[in-house]
Design a protein around this ligand. Structure first.
Ligand code: AGP
Length: 601
């Protein structure tokens, strides 16, 4: 998803902006651009399709030390991927970058064209620029101009403008991420759509609320302004906990592989965070029902959480995709609890579902990885998964930690219900999970060999039953998003209700097999075998029947992990997808078309 970085001060804005955009590359984009004020007071703008390296080449001739600049990485929503549609977009004396979607862009564009305004691009973002131009004709106070233009647009948006004559940066947002801050000595000022881009410059981060204008000026404290131009105190501050998180791939070829390997240690570290989590604000009453809402991998973590919470707490749990939930007129009341699972804490659909629940008077608890995120700040309660920054677009360690945190949530709920909860037992079970994952990691060569044998097949079915069904879905998603191949996740018992028609010698069934429902699962596999499907079995595969019908096997005893067993089996799927993608030669950390945080609906 798009990234914004702005700087004003004694550092070289060109370097600050480019380095900041680089820190946000993991969010996904398809073009990039920068606007700078040069020493003659002119705004110069450079934009390029493709990776940031293309933009760096484009500006390699800019040798000045620029004191002001804004930059953008664009994930196209309106208008093709090309230079003209890239940001910044500019008017006379100012430049603008934009995250989000201006939902009423076409009607505003029509109005502006009728009034004679020319458009260079096909973007909704440029509509804001032309609005600013129009309003500037009658309003000289630029803050007023920005507020008036911002009041005309609808949707979830963040806009940052560079004003040449004033040598200032203006930033405003509505339900979109925006952070700003300044160096301790007050000589440098920063703004971004993601505090991760500012982590090495500031230790206090400001998060303005919706419709609060941030004004960055040389040698003055950052100003927060209300629409009537009065001072605003509608912003939150957080200590930048990202400061120490220098993120590199180390010896790993990809962030994704590094993050897969981090999982045992994160699980072992989790117990250390539990004391801190135990001190966080938490529910005081047991919810009648729980509605879990999330997207993508986080949604599959929600399906895992449903199994755990219902089996341990006997509280009914529903799980919905956020993009469906928010238009489904959900049946909830104030005795229920809405649980939002999100790695980034910025996913637009999940945030919109959170707003809907708040409007309904339903308490919101979020399971998150990013403490500075919008969802974090707008939730009543938060449980942090403590997975550290996840750079690979394909979520791996965050999924595992989201699921583990949902088990911890079930423990907290049982405590609330007056049940005796033994955290030592939870920690021992987690330690067994960490060891089991280490075992899988130590057998990577077996997985590499299987990936080599099956990577060129036509179709991949991941199947699992009951508590392993969510990881069948998750395994298929991993393979789709990093290897760009057709893969489906199915409940084992469902294949015979239609999808089995697709089975032939070019299709592999990747079957997660556990003790529970073993006989049923075995029959499903035999149904596939008789139709010449290729069989890859993982888990309880050391039986004669499975040795006879499996083309590939990955025996793994997970019986002692109880309801955490799917989290171990899932690591096989993570590694299998990774090594299949390597054979495909795809951009594993930044797959095509994908964004790490989908901040548009
Ligand atoms: C997972 O591999 C994907 N990158 C994607 O499905 C992701 O899980 C989804 O977009 C939700 O993101 P969030 O957890 O940041 O809300």
């Amino acid at each position: 998803m798009c990234g914004i970085v702005g700087h004003l001060g004694t550092f070289n804005s060109l370097s600050v902006v480019l380095d900041g955009l680089e820190a946000l590359e993991y969010r996904g984009y398809d073009s990039a651009g920068v606007s700078l004020i040069d020493r003659d007071g002119k705004i110069i703008t450079a934009k390029k399709e493709g990776r940031l390296t293309n933009l760096r080449k484009e500006v390699s001739n800019l040798k000045e030390i620029y004191f002001a600049g804004i930059g953008h990485t664009r994930w196209a929503t309106h208008g093709n991927v090309n230079k003209v549609n890239s940001h910044p977009h500019f008017g006379d004396g100012f430049s603008v970058v934009h995250n989000g979607i201006i939902e009423n862009a076409s009607e505003l564009k029509e109005e502006l064209i009728k009034e004679g305004y020319q458009f260079l691009s096909d973007t909704d973002s440029e509509v804001f620029v032309r609005l600013v131009e129009k309003i500037s004709k009658t309003e000289k106070e630029f803050s007023k101009v920005i507020f008036t233009a911002f009041s005309r647009i609808r949707g979830n948006n963040c806009l940052v403008a560079l004003n040449r004559d004033e040598r200032k940066i203006y930033a405003i947002k509505n339900n979109a991420p925006l952070a700003c801050g300044q160096s301790d000595d007050g000589t440098n000022y920063f703004v971004s759509s993601d505090p991760y881009a500012l982590q090495k410059y500031i230790d206090t981060i400001y998060f303005p609320e919706n419709n609060v204008l941030c004004v960055l000026s040389m040698d003055q404290e950052i100003a927060f302004v209300e629409p009537d131009l009065s001072d605003s105190n509608k912003f939150k501050t957080e200590k930048n906990s990202l400061l120490s998180s220098e993120n590199t791939k180390g010896d790993f070829e990809h962030y994704m592989l590094k993050e897969i390997w981090e999982q045992p240690n994160l699980i072992d570290q989790f117990k250390i965070h539990l004391e801190n989590e135990a001190n966080q604000k938490f529910l005081t009453t047991v919810p009648k029902r729980i509605a879990i809402v999330a997207c993508g991998t986080a949604y599959y973590a929600g399906l895992f959480a449903k199994n755990v919470i219902e089996s341990r707490c006997r509280i009914p749990v529903s799980v919905d995709m956020a993009s469906e939930f928010r238009y489904a007129n959900p049946v909830l009341d104030k005795n229920d609890l809405a649980v939002f699972i999100s790695q980034s804490g910025e996913t637009a659909d999940t945030l919109a579902a959170l707003h809907l629940c708040k409007e309904m008077g339903v308490k919101a608890l979020s399971i998150l990885n990013v403490a500075h995120s919008t969802i974090y700040r707008e939730s009543d309660f938060n449980l942090m998964i403590n997975a550290g920054p996840e750079i690979g677009v394909a979520s791996t360690k965050a999924f595992t930690m989201q699921c583990l945190t949902s088990v911890y949530l079930s423990e907290r709920l049982m405590t609330l219900m007056g049940e005796s909860v033994d955290l030592v037992k939870f920690n021992k079970q987690s330690s067994r999970l960490a060891k089991k994952i280490e075992e899988i990691l130590s057998r990577t060569d077996e997985i590499k060999k299987i990936a080599e044998s099956i990577h060129s097949l036509n179709g991949f079915f991941f199947t699992g039953r009951n508590k392993s069904f969510p990881i069948a879905l998750e395994g298929a998603l991993k393979l789709k998003e990093i290897a760009y191949v057709h893969a489906e996740g199915y409940a084992s018992g469902e294949l015979k209700h239609g999808p089995i028609a697709m089975i032939d010698e070019g299709v592999v069934n990747i079957a997660y097999i556990e003790n529970n429902l073993f006989e049923k699962t075995l029959s499903n596999i035999q149904e596939i075998k008789t139709r010449k499907g290729i069989i890859l079995t993982i888990g309880k595969t050391d039986t004669e029947e499975l040795k006879n019908i499996s083309d590939y096997r990955f025996p793994l005893d997970v019986d002692d992990l109880d309801d955490l067993s799917p989290l171990a089996l899932n690591v096989f799927g993570q590694l299998l997808s990774y090594y299949i993608a390597k054979h495909k030669g795809t951009d594993i950390d930044k797959p095509r078309n994908l964004a790490k945080s989908v901040t548009v609906e």
